[in-house]
Design a protein around this ligand. Structure first.
Ligand code: FMN
Length: 335
């Protein structure tokens, strides 16, 4: 790779290492990066070979995942003393180009330094599919998570007990549909990987959690066609703490914003010692997705459910090699 000073190879590698640590649906890591060293721009492209045609036909979850990676890139840039200027969908003739991050120069004296706790949380955050303790998360932390979503142009709705039950019921309905859908179940299963296998994408079975022995928590069953892989059931927390991430509009750009908001919320939670996991099943069926919307807010476009609390850390998941995804920028007719 040839880069011109001052955007040296080590800097680019640090930026990309942070970006790819983002969560992505089924750990598909649906991004590719191209570096234009002359303009000091990192382009974030979609990776069409790593999509979920049945689970995510509109690519909304893919955009959320890429948005999360863009948020990490921004944090890493500031951490390295660079000012990131992000343009979402910068070229309508290149639909696969989802974001361009220009590193405009050193941070000025007036620039806000980002919270170092957030940058450090990038490497510590893992999806935890284990039961949480049920200890209530203090209000100021929850409020900080909601502010994080808002500052990234999304909203985090924190339902009361009845609202939480409703969202879990809708997620359970979606989960039941997914399991009864052989092609979707097979698609999900293809992203599971055996322990110790040398694969850089997908979810190792060691990162899965158990089903809820009480049947209340509709965690995604990645193993439904192969029940032998399923862990023994455990009791999950009775007091489930959920946030519904939503956006006031529902275009491609909003999904990228929602992804940035998602990562901001997850890192804020991680920095405070919380664990998180995601419940996306209801978003995969248009009627159930619509039913999760806030009845009193017409602008509410639900994007994802975030479960949070105190509990065991999640297991690590692999990532594609950082250096192999750096390419010189070049216009591509195929995108
Ligand atoms: C848009 C999106 C949807 C997701 N949906 C689910 C889900 O329904 N169930 C689940 O257990 N994990 C879900 N995840 C978490 C991913 O499986 C996880 O991020 C990925 O395996 C990488 O692992 P990590 O988060 O520990 O880095 C989702 C992640 C994203 C970004």
């Amino acid at each position: 790779m040839h880069t011109q000073a001052p955007l040296d190879a080590a800097t680019v590698e640090s930026l990309l290492a942070a970006a790819v640590a983002a969560p992505s649906i089924h750990n598909t890591q649906p991004w590719r990066f191209r570096l234009d060293p002359d303009r000091q721009v990192l382009e974030v492209h979609s990776a069409p070979e790593r999509t979920l045609p049945l689970t995510d036909p509109m690519h909304r979850a893919q955009y959320l995942s890429v948005g999360a990676a863009v948020f990490n890139l921004r944090l890493a840039a500031v951490h390295l003393g660079r000012r990131p200027e992000v343009r979402l969908l910068p070229d309508r003739h290149t639909p696969g180009l989802l974001a361009a991050v220009r590193l405009t120069g050193p941070l000025g004296a007036d620039d806000q330094p980002s919270d170092p706790g957030l940058y450090e949380a990038i490497a510590r955050r893992h999806t935890s599919r284990m039961p949480f303790t049920g200890r209530p998360v203090p209000e100021p932390i929850v409020a900080e998570m909601a502010r994080a979503a808002q500052s990234a142009d999304a909203r985090l709705h924190l339902p009361d007990i009845a609202g939480t039950r409703r969202l879990l019921r809708l997620t359970a309905a979606a989960e039941a549909r997914n399991r009864a859908h052989p092609e979707r179940s097979t698609e999900t299963l293809t992203w599971l990987t055996a322990p110790g296998s040398d694969v850089s994408y997908g979810i190792p079975v060691t990162a899965l959690g158990p089903p809820d022995a009480a049947g209340r928590m509709p965690m995604r069953d990645f193993t439904s066609p192969l029940p032998a892989l399923r862990r023994p059931a455990l009791f999950f927390e009775r007091h489930v703490q959920l946030g519904l991430l939503w956006t006031p509009r529902d275009q491609r750009e909003d999904w990228l914003r929602a992804g940035q908001a998602l990562q901001y919320v997850l890192l804020t939670a991680t920095a405070h010692g919380l664990r998180t996991s995601l419940l996306h099943q209801a978003m995969e069926w248009s009627d159930l997705r619509a039913a999760t919307a806030l009845p009193r807010d017409k602008r509410c476009h639900p994007q994802l459910l975030i479960r949070f609390g105190y509990g065991p850390d999640g297991a690590g998941t692999p990532r594609g090699p950082v250096h192999s995804v750096v390419r010189p920028a070049a216009p591509s007719a195929s995108e």
